[in-house]
Design a binder for this molecule. Structure first.
Ligand code: PBG
Length: 333
């Protein structure tokens, strides 16, 4: 589309910016509560609530309080939450067996939420890192991340999550061929309506730092994730990954991180016209909160600006730690 504009003074673009009603009338994009997915960190115990140091305002909650948070989210009109477990170091092994334990923390949380808050969709994370003694998303052998062996484990993990009642499976591991294997296993097991939101374009990013603290994986991680997560310099590769995951049976795709990758979001939405999501990750949240905490930026305004930018880029929704805060403000109008 080629924009047309009359010469000055026939056109004075400032006319449409002169008052809030006029600005509202011509506003092209808006953020709504229905655009939000709230990532929640779960820990063990009962009545336990602790703040993640590097993410002010973000908590780790025991399952009972996670159910309360889910109820609060439903009340606020947030359609989905995403569960991330803080796994006790004693449960981490080289074989990652805890990942597909039907009674692991994540599956217990899913079951409790689905029983007590049926009105909210529950999304999961599929990757071995919370359970891996090496902190990696896949099995490690002689310093290498094993692709095909990891897929078998991811499939078991997926089935355990679907069995617990998950609505959206979120593979964040970046192994090749996992979406097809998961989709086939879900079909075989009769989970025909369990959806997959693939972390299709997931970059090897410095912005995941606070998350790894939140789930207790930073101490464990040996080396980096550059042999499976994408190079931040690449864009065409992201289109191939999206095409590949859609062809294997992903229902929705995600770009991650968010703010530094809005060009990727826009390209994906334009090229594929598929449900497209962005993950505004832990480091993006921490950055805004740290600057706001120092009085260097207005945190609330920066939050809104960053979130509407995802909508402008074409995203259908955003995974963001700001979800309850922004949902409350949107609800109050
Ligand atoms: C694990 C996973 C990560 C995040 C979501 N799932 C971390 C990683 O890949 O190291 C990051 C989320 C965030 O930073 O908020 N596979």
């Amino acid at each position: 589309m080629r924009p047309t504009i009359a010469p000055f003074p026939a056109a004075r673009p400032r006319r449409l910016r002169a008052s809030e009603p006029l600005r509202a009338l011509v506003r092209e994009n808006g953020l709504s509560r229905e655009d939000l997915i709230w990532p929640i960190f779960v820990r063990d115990g009962e009545g336990q609530l602790e703040e993640v140091t590097s993410m002010p305002g973000v908590m780790r909650r025991s399952v009972d309080l996670t159910v309360e948070a889910a109820a609060e989210a439903a009340e606020l009109g947030i359609p989905a939450i995403c569960i991330f477990p803080y796994t006790d170091p004693s449960l981490k092994t080289e074989g990652c067996e805890e990942a597909w334990n039907p009674d692991n923390l994540s599956n217990r949380a899913i079951r409790a939420i689905k029983q007590q808050v049926p009105g909210i969709a529950v999304m999961t994370d599929v990757a071995l890192d919370p359970y891996n003694i090496n902190g990696h998303d896949g099995f490690v052998q002689d310093g290498e991340i094993l692709n095909d062996e990891t897929i078998e484990a991811l499939v078991k993990m997926t089935l355990a999550q679907a069995e617990a009642g998950a609505d959206i499976i979120g593979p964040s591991d970046m192994m090749d061929g996992r979406i097809g294997a998961m989709r086939a296993a879900l079909e075989d097991a009769g989970h025909r309506n369990v959806t997959i939101m693939s972390y299709a374009a997931k970059y090897a990013s410095a912005f995941y730092g606070p998350f790894r603290d939140a789930v207790g994986a930073s101490g464990a991680l040996k080396g980096d994730k550059n042999t499976y997560q994408m190079d931040p310099a690449n864009s065409d590769e992201a289109m191939r990954m999206i095409a590949r995951d859609l062809s294997e049976g992903a229902d929705m795709v995600m770009v991650k991180p968010g703010m530094p990758y809005l060009d990727i979001c826009a390209r994906v939405k334009t090229m594929f016209g598929t449900p497209t999501f962005a993950y505004q990750v832990s480091g993006e949240y921490a950055m805004i909160m740290a600057a706001a905490g120092n009085g260097w930026i207005d945190g609330e305004k920066a939050m809104f600006e960053s979130l509407v930018a995802f909508k402008r880029a074409g995203c259908d929704g955003i995974l963001t730690y700001f979800s309850p805060w922004v949902a409350r403000l949107l609800k109050e109008g």
